[in-house]
Design a binder for this molecule. Structure first.
Ligand SMILES: *Cc1c(COP(=O)(O)O)cnc(C)c1O
Length: 237
């Protein structure tokens, strides 16, 4: 099931790719009148082994995303360092929440109150504040996770009832295969939702993260306001 990408990629090659990605992000940000530093670059490591992840960290990566609990658990001890931030970005079953809460700063894929309740319970038990992003199904794709865009703001309101969680923003995965023009509409709608939700700041809502853009479309996402791009193949493929 898991395909394995380029497990032998060198640190020098990773430095080169990271440099190219940073340049593309910078150019897109500046072109849109934004600060390049306002965009974080996440290395999505679901298809790569711990050894490669360690080389990526040595190459300058400081933010890692994993989408399965098992995959993360298997690599965690090799990759956990004080200077690396780890986020969970995949579908999360409530029975895996306890383990994930111990390993990550942020769950980007929150889309149900049932999961919110369990994450809150586990974070409280572990005496930590867990950052969360609300995943939005911006393309109304029946095969994808996420709350309906029209319900995102109300969902954020409901998350005020979970004090061990801190709502930091929104995340989206676009449907596959749409045109650039259609994707631009999705990204700009996400940015509008993000701005709306920032107006709710207070209590445990402290919104500063809009996670959108993957290897195929991150430049466009940055132009439309992304503050965090999630890159797998652009770094490791
Ligand atoms: C795999 C994955 C990515 C990275 O995809 P690439 O196209 O390889 O950059 C980003 N976000 C999520 C949620 C993923 O599962």
């Amino acid at each position: 099931m898991e395909k394995s990408l380029n497990s032998s990629i060198s640190q020098a090659a990773l430095e080169e790719r990271l440099k190219r990605v940073r340049e593309a992000v910078s150019e897109a940000a500046v072109g849109a009148g934004r600060q390049p530093e306002a965009v974080r670059i996440m290395a999505v490591t679901k298809y790569v082994e711990a050894g490669t992840i360690c080389r990526a960290l040595d190459a300058g990566v400081d933010l890692i995303g994993e989408n399965r609990e098992q995959s993360l658990s298997g690599k965690y001890h090799a990759i956990a360092r004080d200077d690396v931030d780890i986020h969970f970005i995949g579908r999360l079953q409530t029975n895996k929440a306890a383990r994930v809460v111990r390993m990550v700063s942020t769950v980007q894929s929150l889309d149900s109150l049932r999961l919110a309740a369990e994450l809150d319970r586990q974070a409280a038990a572990y005496q930590k504040r867990l950052d969360v992003l609300v995943e939005v199904n911006i393309g109304h794709d029946p095969g994808k996770a996420g709350v309906d865009p029209d319900e995102a703001a109300a969902f954020v309101e409901q998350l005020r009832g979970y004090p061990a969680l801190c709502v930091r923003g929104l995340m989206a995965v676009l449907p596959l295969g749409d045109s650039e023009a259609v994707n631009e509409g999705y990204f700009s709608r996400m940015n509008a939702l993000y701005v709306d939700i920032q107006a709710k700041n207070g209590d445990n809502v402290n919104v500063d993260c809009l996670s959108m853009g993957m290897s195929g479309d991150y430049v466009q996402a940055v132009r439309q306001g992304s503050t965090l791009v999630r890159l797998g193949t652009a770094l490791f493929g």
